[in-house]
Design a protein around this ligand. Sequence first.
Ligand SMILES: Nc1ncnc2c1ncn2[C@@H]1O[C@H](COP(=O)(O)OP(=O)(O)OP(=O)(O)O)[C@@H](O)[C@H]1O
Ligand SMILES: [Mg+2]
Length: 302
Amino acid sequence: MFIANNIRKEFQEDFWKSPFVALDDLSFKIEEGKITGFLGANGAGKTTFLKILLNFIMPTKGEVSYIGNITNRDFFKQLGYMPERPYYYEHLTGREFLVYVGKLQDLSEEQIDKAIEKWTKELKVFFALDRSLKSYSKGMLQRVGFAGALLHNPSLVILDEPLSGLDPIGRKEFKDILLKINREYGCTVFFSSHIVSDVEEVSENVVVIDKGKLVYQGKIDELLENSSTKLMRIEVEKLPEDFLSAHKDVIIKTSFAINQYLYCHKKDQQSLMMTLLSNNIDILSLGHESYSLEEVVYKLNE
Ligand SMILES: Nc1ncnc2c1ncn2[C@@H]1O[C@H](COP(=O)(O)OP(=O)(O)OP(=O)(O)O)[C@@H](O)[C@H]1O
Ligand SMILES: [Mg+2]
């Protein structure tokens, strides 16, 4: 759908200071028809990249190219976008705002009415359509903003932190709609988040950035299956703290249920087991354990 080619973005706040590099040689590809999560900690550069993608700001170097049969103009026609911090015309009602958005998309009045009813019902904000936006809660504004992004049946939807500020039910509803537009209408979705589990639930692909640099792009499953992310789990009876601290270079983490679980890399499994046995510690079970996506992502750059 689009390719980011060696994008660099510098912000020069002060003539005397060296520029701040927000994005550094960032290259990745977004596949058509897929949901791709865009992950990175606060300040990683997600919003900066999305602004470049949407032509709001220019990169210092590099470019975005569109693939398939689309030109730059088509790209924007097919696009539904919800910003991280939307500013709405508060004196408008929800309906007036959506009619305005629909007109910007060149939809007919009939198409606008139908689409407003459909999406505001889906997004559970239909009941408030005739109230002014200044009376809307944060979550309601997000719902109306999402409806606005979907009115014209876009084939690409880009959302910057669509789930932040929503309660757990709202998050579930938004995720269900992301899956629905992807599965039923073949819509390509690219959305940013710093909450790994939300991305894991709905996305097939993921792009992970850290301090403006790409750290991973590809399938979530492959990231988790990669052997370097696999751990061995050894079950033993409760061990004294001094044993654990004496072997903290191989014991990556521990957990405790009825018994104690020690986690280590495969390469360290044998030596750790030998140490346990030579200390007369019984090994009760041995198994595999994958890092969660959360752990993988935040470890990628170590
Ligand atoms: N206009 C600007 N001028 C100077 N620095 C900026 C500007 N916009 C962004 N930055 C810096 O670029 C970095 C990336 O910011 P960005 O907003 O892209 O992060 P983000 O990944 O979207 O974070 P969050 O998860 O908090 O939304 C930050 O260090 C930020 O301070
Ligand atoms: Mg952001």
